[in-house]
Ligand binder design. Structure first.
Ligand code: SF4
Length: 575
């Protein structure tokens, strides 16, 4: 290879895997990888050493993405946006490389000025991960492979004599504030943050000027008097009598739709974006701090065409934070009533590209049922059916009427908080009738304000749905509360130390639901391309699916009679 590229962009393996085409398996990166404190005389240590989820199994499911001479053939959508923005802003194709994580060292050389890493959950502090690792008592695969990537980058720099600045960006960078020792350990020059706290800024509006300033050394010192759209802050952290520092580059931008470039190379999973922001205003969410912008249909189509033409993709993951908000103006639209015409036009345009499968990523239950023709009409357009289920992630958040009213009342709009249970039940019914399967997320310890009665309301709600609609299809994933959005000054919910019996009950009930109604009853019926593959994954899921239940029962025995009684009560009354 001749001259090394000026800018190398990459992401770790967990963000660069097709996960063998299994939908929702990308969550697997949140699984625990290592237990650093495992007793050396224990049975599991003899078998697995420190490994929790065996690495051979993880690496099998999280298979590496294809590459061409080290160039990633597919990359996270956000990374593709930065790539496209740099090319738009005058960088040449030779200057910008999106590298496969296993081949990043090929590209780092003396002329490399910047290595940019795209990080969603770099230290395993995302809500799902915190749940699976008991609040980081274990190291997750997200963290494990992010660490591995940084070690490789540093080794490549040392080998080639490169002085490249390593900069971490994207929505997970806030995590370095909570474990600043990693900044030094990974040799990070800087961390990109938004001005409103730690949320990821939308850098694709001004990527060229950002990387110009970075390469020119403008971020080397913090100068509060210098006029710049980028602000440098050297943060000081004191941890265990040690003073640590980190360079945080603050940037807040709201690029208009015209300023957001279209991707020029294929994205992971056929991901494309149709809007940014969400007007529903849930207090625990950072998306809602961003203004709403909608992509016109033609812009969406152009990105799908890139994925089809250069990536051979036949599916589109249609990213939004609430697809049912698309096309409406939250300031003037009464009660967040969906703009059905705009949503239908969007999906008609998506299917007109010739794509075979289109799947919105997120949506609210209230939005799904606020217009009774919406889901049936969109279902016709995307051709959902027994062999074409549409999975959609929805925030169930809590069964507590009190909590939903206090923290997320507009999520329910046009309905009232006291109608929440009705909305959930009707939402599931409507979605299922049209072959949509909601994957619910719940927040445990919301703002550290969840009482045992709130938790029992959640358990009862899930059980009511199971008994009233026994054939309903949905999954439930409890996530621990992470202080972001308008609650960024709150404390993390510490699942490892403060899980009261009722919250253990929520975890137990949600997983029991997934196991009994999801894995055992439904999984084998979801069509996959071959019966053998179908059988293999059903067997695997059935075997692994029972493990968390036994682990929670063991945890309850360790914690004492109150925790045990909750498990017994769920088994007797809410099974
Ligand atoms: S509906 Fe979802 S994306 Fe919108 S503010 Fe609420 S949690 Fe955030």
């Amino acid at each position: 290879m001749g001259r090394s590229p000026k800018i190398v962009l990459t992401a770790d393996r967990t963000l660069m895997s097709p996960y063998r085409g299994i939908s929702l398996a990308s969550f697997f990166g949140c699984a625990p990888a290592l237990d650093p404190n495992r007793d050396h005389s224990s049975f599991w240590y003899q078998i697995l050493r420190n490994q929790v989820t065996p690495r051979v199994l993880f690496d099998f499911i999280c298979n590496p993405i294809d590459h061409t001479n080290g160039y990633a053939n597919y990359a996270p959508y956000g990374l593709r946006k930065v790539e496209a923005a740099l090319l738009r802003d005058g960088y040449s194709r030779e200057d910008v490389v999106v590298a496969h994580p296993d081949h990043v060292e090929k590209f780092i050389g003396p002329e490399t000025q910047v290595v940019g890493t795209y990080e969603m959950d770099p230290l395993g502090m995302g809500p799902v991960t915190m749940t699976f690792t008991y609040g980081r008592k274990h190291m997750s695969y997200d963290e494990f492979y992010n660490r591995d990537l940084h070690y490789r980058i540093n080794a490549a720099k040392a080998r080639s004599g490169s002085k490249a600045k390593v900069i971490a960006g994207a929505s997970g960078t806030w995590q370095y504030n909570y474990d600043p020792a990693k900044i030094e350990e990974y040799g990070l020059y800087g961390i990109v943050e938004g001005e409103l706290g730690g949320i990821g800024p939308e850098i694709d509006g001004a990527a060229g000027s950002f990387f110009d300033a970075l390469s020119a050394g403008e971020f080397d010192i913090a100068n509060p008097f210098k006029k710049s759209q980028f602000k440098v802050e050297i943060k000081e952290f004191v941890r265990n009598d040690k003073t640590l520092h980190g360079r945080f580059i603050h940037y807040w931008n709201e690029p208009s739709v015209d300023e957001i470039p279209n991707i020029v190379n294929p994205s992971m999973h056929g991901m494309i974006e149709v809007m940014r922001g969400c007007g529903r205003g849930c207090k625990f969410c950072d998306v809602t701090l961003r203004p709403l912008r909608y992509y016109p249909v033609e812009k969406v189509q152009k990105e799908i065409e890139i994925n089809m033409k250069y990536g051979g993709l036949k599916n589109a993951w249609v990213h939004s934070d609430d697809i049912f908000v698309y096309g409406l103006n939250p300031r003037t639209t009464k009660n967040m009533q969906p703009n059905r015409e705009a949503i239908e036009e969007l999906f008609n345009g998506i299917m007109a590209t010739g794509i075979e499968h289109a799947n919105p990523t997120h949506g609210t239950l209230a939005g799904a049922i606020a217009d009774e023709r919406l889901i049936p009409n969109v279902s016709k357009i995307v051709k959902s059916g027994p062999d074409n289920h549409i999975g959609i992630q929805c925030g169930l958040e809590t069964g507590s009427i009190r909590l939903i009213g206090k923290y997320a009342d507009r999520k329910l709009s046009p309905y009232r908080p006291d109608e929440w249970h009705w909305v959930v039940k009707n939402g599931i019914k409507t979605l299922n009738e049209n072959y949509w399967v909601p994957a619910f997320t719940l927040i445990m310890g919301l703002d550290n304000d969840e009482t045992p009665e709130d938790s029992w309301e959640t358990i009862r709600l899930i059980h009511e749905i199971e008994t009233e609609q026994p054939d309903s299809k949905f999954t439930t994933t409890p996530l621990t509360f992470v202080p972001i959005g308008l609650l960024e000054k709150s404390d993390f919910y510490d699942i490892g130390n403060t899980m009261d019996p009722a919250k253990l009950g929520v975890m137990y009930k949600t997983w029991q639901h997934n196991f009994k109604y999801g894995i055992q009853k439904f999984m084998g019926k979801v069509g996959r391309d071959t019966p053998v593959k179908n059988w293999f994954f059903t067997q695997l899921a059935s075997t692994l699916g029972g493990v968390p239940l036994s682990a929670m029962e063991k945890f309850a025995r360790r914690k004492g009679p109150e925790h045990e009684r909750v498990i017994e009560k769920i088994k007797a009354t809410y099974w």
